[in-house]
Design a protein around this ligand. Structure first.
Ligand SMILES: CC(C)(COP(=O)(O)OP(=O)(O)OC[C@H]1O[C@@H](n2cnc3c(N)ncnc32)[C@H](O)[C@@H]1OP(=O)(O)O)[C@@H](O)C(=O)NCCC(=O)NCCS
Length: 288
């Protein structure tokens, strides 16, 4: 750890030297090299939002390589899902990633799992819950998770049935995750015991045996959270970059995937100002 800090310092000195003589591209390149991802890789210069598809599966599994996952999630907060549940969700577009357009590497991920009771299954009804989870990022201090989680939650809401609840469960000591869903995205804590019991029973079905039944706090998306998430996404769109809370360089950010699914600027602005009637929103201009 100490060795890493020392090498960061001389790299920063080198960057300052390039800065002084006006070699800004060299300065930026050294800074990116000095400030690495959590698993020690060079920082990406740009990231693009994408909703998942089957071809992403190998790139997403890279995040779960033991060496990478144990560094970005040392406390093992992200519970394992059954393989078929995970891959089905990826294939149907139930995940959002930020990937490096240069080499395809995935840097941030959040998934959405459809959870359906046997009754709804037999009656061919929509799933009761969309469980948002498996939030992972290789970038420290860039606050990439809020925008990725907001993107997939808004997509699920926009394309889903009005009766489906969008929920997430968080371990009470997972401070960064509470920071994302409760504080940044404004999700509401669920306090209805029957609903909590229902969610625990249904959602735990897809969780691997060793990770079942951990004590969690449940949150759900309500109208206010939709507005908060649309506001946050618009802010990131306007800035066009992820900003580090310290000294590392900005990372250019392309959120065009939201336009592609119909969540255009005008519609996001309407949602941000509290309009959540999807029929009316679909009448709002599709223009970006
Ligand atoms: C949860 C997670 C996805 C959040 O990603 P993120 O918000 O993009 O991550 P950031 O590093 O930008 O963290 C945001 C803030 O939380 C703070 N934070 C991180 N870990 C913290 C901790 N243990 N205690 C207090 N604050 C913490 C960071 O300092 C940062 O604030 P800053 O930028 O002002 O310094 C990410 O931390 C992660 O991958 N965690 C491991 C897996 C996990 O827990 N997933 C969620 C399962 S429900």
């Amino acid at each position: 750890m100490a060795k890493h800090r020392a090498s960061t310092t001389w790299k920063e000195k080198l960057a300052n030297a390039f800065h002084k003589v006006g070699l800004y591209q060299m300065e930026n390149a050294v800074l990116r090299w000095a400030h690495r991802t959590i698993d020690g890789r060079p920082l990406p210069g740009a990231l693009t939002l994408a909703f998942t598809e089957a071809t992403h599966i190998p790139r997403i599994y890279r995040l779960f390589d033991r060496d990478i996952k144990s560094r970005i999630d040392p406390t093992n907060y992200v519970v394992k899902r059954e393989r078929n549940v995970f891959e089905d969700a990826i294939e149907r577009g139930g995940g959002a990633v930020l990937y490096d357009p240069k080499n395809g590497d995935v840097h941030s991920l959040t998934m959405a799992y459809h959870v359906k009771s046997m009754k709804s299954f037999l009656q061919d009804k929509p799933h009761e819950y969309t469980e948002i989870g498996t939030s992972l990022t290789r970038l420290a201090h860039y606050r990439s998770a809020p925008v990725v989680a907001a993107a997939i939650a808004l997509k699920e809401w926009w394309e889903g049935d009005n009766q489906t609840k969008i929920v997430t469960e968080i371990l009470p000591d997972n401070v960064p995750s509470l920071g994302v869903y409760k504080n940044k995205l404004g999700w509401q804590a669920v306090d209805d015991d029957k609903q909590i019991h229902d969610m625990h029973t249904l959602c735990n079905e897809s969780i691997s045996l060793e990770d079942k039944n951990r004590p969690t706090i449940w949150f759900e998306v309500n109208k206010a959270a939709l507005s908060t998430m649309a506001t946050l996404v618009l802010k990131y769109k306007d800035e066009g970059r992820l900003k580090h809370s310290g000294k590392a360089p900005d990372i250019a950010l392309d959120l065009g995937a939201l336009d592609d699914i119909g969540l255009t600027r005008k519609r996001l602005e309407a949602i941000a100002s509290g309009h959540t009637n999807k029929e009316l929103l679909s009448l709002v201009c599709r223009c970006a």
